[in-house]
Design a protein around this ligand. Sequence first.
Ligand code: FNR
Length: 190
Amino acid sequence: MTTYTVGYLVGSLASDSINRTLSKALIRLAPPRLELTEIPIGELPLYSRDYDAEYPPAGRELKEALAAVDAVLFVTPEYNRSIPGALKNAIDWASRPRGSNSFARKPSAVIGASTGKIGTAVAQQSLRSVLSFCNSPQMNAPEAYIQFTPGLIDDDGRVTVESTEGFLRTYMAEFDAFIERVLAVLPPEG
Ligand code: FNR
């Protein structure tokens, strides 16, 4: 069986992040051939192009982790109708130095949970335009805007509402199929 490695980035640094809880559910519900590993973003300094000549360890580790995976999944909250600064910072690190953008040709998908009713829709639009610029082929559909109500997903990532569980399972199955399609026509560069 072909397996695909997926690095996931959680956009929140909060210790009790609902997006981290969502990521646990996605790991549970993913097709068995998807291997999900978190790519941490919390230790990165604020990006400056002064670092381009010599990336610090956290920046190098981020780029190595992205290079090692077949695809990237963004699980992010919405902060003030956009993505959190920590996530944008990580993307900026990964997109540089010029000519070594880690997202180029790398299939990606976005999903997020918020306490608000529109479930990160505006943040996801913002993230999509960033990923377009970074030349990442993105899964367009299904979109997934999760309004996180208390108890929707337990601390171990078990989804308590059947329709939501089914939706998230389908979302991950579609991502799996999308990765396969993209890698068939855009194999990773040597
Ligand atoms: C929020 N929240 C929020 N929710 C939303 O739906 N749209 C928004 O624009 C914002 N803006 C926002 C800004 C900041 C600075 C914070 C801290 C929060 C509420 C947000 O959905 C809620 O805090 C979630 O719990 C955030 O996800 P994590 O951090 O728990 O994963």
